[in-house]
Design a protein around this ligand. Structure first.
Ligand code: PMP
Length: 442
């Protein structure tokens, strides 16, 4: 096997969501990964408290997945799924469907979370049009929502930094619900806050403003991850569901992070007992071994679109060259088998108490402003360093990396989402490293 050069030329790779100049002045690189650990190019071991980017739920380097992908590429590298098929595409869809809430068992494959979101938005429009309600074109997203980086995703998303450069070209007819974070009312909450269910009623205000007959769908992350772990208040998602049903609006849950065990259940929908009409996923669907995403649609949505036209007509003009790519499908099948065999979702649930206790022990540590958690995900919000948003969290991230723990930071929030195979001693290591790092930064 050829190893990458020890010091590659850094100029050609334009890095995503990265301060390129800062990074390239002092690069950090991994060269290997196994289980809970990365190895850096200078042979240091780093504990992965982020499951890569919230995606390697079964831990790194699972040989069953590697083997399945290698064998598949050897047998058949690629096959189209436009007007053709291959058995693994259907088998993977069936396995994914088994993990979805009842009735959400029609699976459209994509290659990423961003593509899943755009696909779900398009399915919502196709559904209403198929039913003769083509005037329902408006989408309702939420402040601080992250739905990837497609034009659809940044439009329904609620992150100013991701939108401002493109502000003249965002999708029209989009409005936003308020986000649900309120540190003053519900700071340091363990699990779901009891404050905030009423914020779902803001949807009634938007319905009154725009009229229900113009609204296609509401899209939210049931638990918002990327913008700093915002746990839904008790009753909030239930209320959103109720209002969407009442007004004929589709409800889309973006479960790109929460899907496949992160909360100790197959989906957040299952965890919260609230079923959307469309559910987007990616990341842990195949342990991030090969890019893959998907949208699960309810039978009602699927059937309306599929049965609208003549039987020999293409029903939905949408898809990707790599939809259900054989390697990605093989990885998904192997991954979903691991989740089941190793009971990893149950394991996440069993560990969530120890994880919660460990993260909340940071209460009172230097600079800590709020702590939020659910399942195996947690956010620690830091006090802003005057005039330098994000700088303190960046410093903590660097200190942790130097001390052998990979954490993620977003703005002034540290985020934790370890692989579901984590052990209690590793949970302790993560948060004691963070505590030391907090102490050592200004
Ligand atoms: N939706 C959510 C909720 C996400 O967390 C992410 C990625 N963090 C995306 C969509 C986009 O996924 P991708 O980066 O695979 O396009």
């Amino acid at each position: 096997m050829s190893m990458p050069p020890a010091s590659p030329d850094l100029s050609n790779f334009w890095m995503p969501f990265t301060a390129n100049r800062q990074f390239k002045a002092a690069p950090r690189m991994f060269k290997a990964a196994k289980g809970m650990y990365y190895t850096t190019v200078d042979d240091r071991t780093v504990l992965d408290a982020t499951a890569g980017l919230w995606c390697v739920n079964a831990g790194h380097g699972r040989s069953e997945i590697t083997k399945a992908v290698a064998e598949q590429l050897d047998t058949m590298d690629f096959a189209p799924t436009f007007q053709m098929g291959h058995p693994l595409a259907f088998e993977a869809a069936t396995k994914v469907a088994e993990l979805m809430p009842a009735g959400l068992d029609r699976i459209f494959f994509t290659n990423s979370g961003s593509e899943s979101v755009d696909t779900a938005l398009k399915i919502a429009l196709a559904y209403h049009r198929a039913r003769g309600e083509g005037q329902r074109t408006r989408f309702i997203g939420r402040e601080r929502g992250y739905h990837g980086v497609g034009f659809g995703g940044i439009s329904v998303g609620g992150i100013a930094a991701n939108r401002k450069t493109f502000s003249g070209n965002l999708m029209p007819h989009v409005d936003h619900l308020p986000h649900t974070l309120n540190i003053a009312e519900a700071g340091f909450t363990r699990g779901q806050p009891t404050w905030g269910a009423h914020l779902a009623d803001e949807l009634e205000r938007l319905v009154a403003l725009h009229d229900a007959s113009t609204i296609a769908a509401v899209i939210v992350e049931p638990l918002a991850g990327s913008t700093g772990v915002l746990v839904p208040p008790k009753g909030y998602l239930e209320r959103l569901r109720e209002l969407c049903t009442k007004h004929g609006i589709l409800l889309i849950f973006d479960e790109v992070i929460t899907g496949f065990g992160r909360l100790g259940a197959p989906t957040a929908s299952a965890y919260f007992g609230v079923t959307p009409d469309l559910l987007t996923m990616a990341k842990a669907i195949n342990n991030a071994a090969v890019p893959m995403g998907a949208v699960a649609a309810s039978r009602a949505v699927h059937d309306a679109v599929i049965n609208a036209g003549a039987a020999n007509a293409i029903e939905f003009f949408h898809g990707y060259t790599y939809t259900a790519h054989p390697a990605a499908a093989a990885a998904a099948i192997a991954t979903l088998d691991i989740y089941k065999r190793d009971r990893l979702f149950e394991r996440a649930k069993e560990l969530s108490g120890a994880f919660e206790d460990a993260v909340h022990e940071l209460r009172g540590a230097a600079h800590v402003k709020d702590i939020r958690n659910l399942g195996l995900v947690a956010g620690v919000e830091l006090e802003l360093r005057a005039g330098a948003p994000g700088a303190r969290a960046y410093d903590v991230f660097l200190k942790c990396f130097e001390a052998g723990v990979l954490v993620r930071y977003t703005g002034d929030i540290l985020a934790f989402s370890p692989p579901l195979i984590i052990e209690e001693r590793q949970i302790e290591q993560i948060f004691s490293t963070v505590r030391d790092a907090l102490r050592s930064v200004a």
